[in-house]
Design a binder for this molecule. Structure first.
Ligand code: SF4
Ligand code: SF4
Length: 421
């Protein structure tokens, strides 16, 4: 993959600016019409999806002049894909792919962001994208869980870096283990042998590091003979399901997000949610569980140049409509006492939590600004709690809430399920 292969897509951009907002037909409230956090914050066309395509297009024809401003634009993007989905409401062209390839080119040309370089150096040393204290499997001490690298299991629970190491997020791993045990699932963890999925390295622009992690993970999975992998992290989910497949590394591994798996267990009658959890909630669709989680569609064919170009055979575009939207909502509907009120921007038009694309690490102020916009939207629904299905969302929302003093609570969906069993 390279930026060059998206030349035609970048040339197709007509600068209509539809990628800045959710499609007009979907706008429920003008206050919540923006799709792209970067253009909403920086208010200059170059920071939009379109601006990034124009930069890429010019770079291909004239070469890249690496200025501080250019790198500011490149790294102040959550890689959330909202521009891509809004554009594809009307157009058949790729937006996020060339944006991602351009960032990778910056890294390959030696213009990585120093804050992200630090994170990747940590990944090289520890196999983790977050600071490491203790061992990766310490959270499971005393829970009597199977080690999937030593015992035969049906399901491997991939915990993820943040949930494994962050003391505030380990509760999600414990809740997940409790749910799977209660449902009688023969599952295991890789414990200290687990390593980062590589998904966040990919978002940050480090393709080689992503591929190294992907190969390590697939070797572990193959050795363990595991056929199904479950994760509660939206970044991990997208990495295993979509990115590994994009690079032909996934094989026939079944990849499920914990919300898909819990929904399945409930519908099979293996998990009963009986305890009341009286709470008015609203639900945040994580970008990489929603619009960016569609299966990768491989396309082998010819790009025929013309006025623009045509694909032969025609190429199927991923438009975000087949993300994981129903399972989390069905789970919430199954919990007695939960009342769900939807926000204005939902499903493929969800606003990003702010933590993606390395922005959490390179520009925490922008990450918090983005989270705060979502918190305001959640608060306007009258909900007492904002529920998500990714530790990165919960962590970024909580950090931001602390600073605002808002009384809104934040939960991951597994915490509510654990309360209800
Ligand atoms: S990227 Fe798509 S939506 Fe944005 S300006 Fe270009 S054509 Fe319009
Ligand atoms: S990926 Fe997200 S933050 Fe980046 S340009 Fe597109 S909408 Fe904006």
């Amino acid at each position: 993959m390279s930026i060059e292969q998206y030349k035609g897509d970048m040339e197709m951009c007509c600068r209509c600016s539809a990628c800045k907002h959710i499609p007009l037909q979907m706008v429920r409230n003008p206050a919540h019409s923006y799709a792209c956090p970067s253009i909403a914050k920086y208010n200059y066309h170059a920071y939009s999806g379109s601006g990034r395509l124009i930069i890429g297009r010019e770079a291909l024809s004239k070469g890249i002049n690496y200025t501080d401003r250019l790198l500011d634009i490149v790294y102040n993007c959550q890689m959330c894909g909202a521009c891509d989905i809004s554009c594809k409401y009307a157009m058949d062209m790729e937006v996020l792919e060339p944006i991602s390839e351009f960032r990778m080119k910056c890294v390959e040309d030696g213009h990585a962001n120093p804050a992200l370089d630090k994170v990747i150096n940590g990944l090289h040393k520890t196999g983790s994208m977050v600071p490491v204290k203790g061992k990766r499997g310490d959270w499971a001490e005393g829970l009597n869980l199977k080690n999937a690298t030593k015992e035969k299991v049906d399901v491997l629970y991939h915990v993820g870096c943040l949930t494994s190491y962050d003391k505030d997020m380990q509760k999600l791993a414990k809740a997940t283990a409790k749910i799977l045990q209660k449902a009688g699932v023969n599952f295991g963890i890789a414990g200290d042998a687990e390593t980062c999925c590589g998904g966040r390295a990919y978002q940050m622009g480090y393709r080689e590091d992503f591929l190294n992690q992907a190969k390590k993970n697939m070797a572990l999975i193959k050795k363990a003979g595991v056929k199904t992998l479950v994760t509660g992290c939206a970044d991990g989910y997208q990495a295993f399901k979509v990115l590994y497949d994009k690079y032909n590394l996934k094989g026939d591994l079944e990849v499920l997000h914990i919300t898909e798996y819990i929904d399945r267990l409930i519908k099979q009658g293996k998990l009963k949610l009986t305890k009341k959890v009286n709470l008015n909630v609203t639900y945040h669709d994580p970008c990489r569980l929603g619009r960016l989680s569609e299966p990768w569609i491989h396309w082998e064919g010819k790009k025929i140049p013309g006025y623009k170009f045509v694909f032969d055979p025609p190429k199927t575009y991923r438009r975000g409509t087949n993300g994981i939207y129903a399972p989390p909502r069905d789970i919430l509907a199954s919990i007695p006492g939960i009342k769900l009120t939807e926000m204005d921007r939902i499903k493929e038009y969800s606003w990003c939590c702010g933590a993606g694309g390395g922005v959490n690490e390179s520009n925490p102020e922008f990450a918090a600004w983005t989270a705060n916009k979502r918190i305001e939207e959640a608060t306007s629904t009258g909900a007492e709690a904002l529920v998500s299905a990714c530790p990165w969302c919960e962590s970024n929302f909580n950090k931001t809430l602390k600073a605002t003093g808002s009384s809104l609570k934040v939960y991951d969906i597994v915490e509510l399920v654990a309360k209800a069993i």
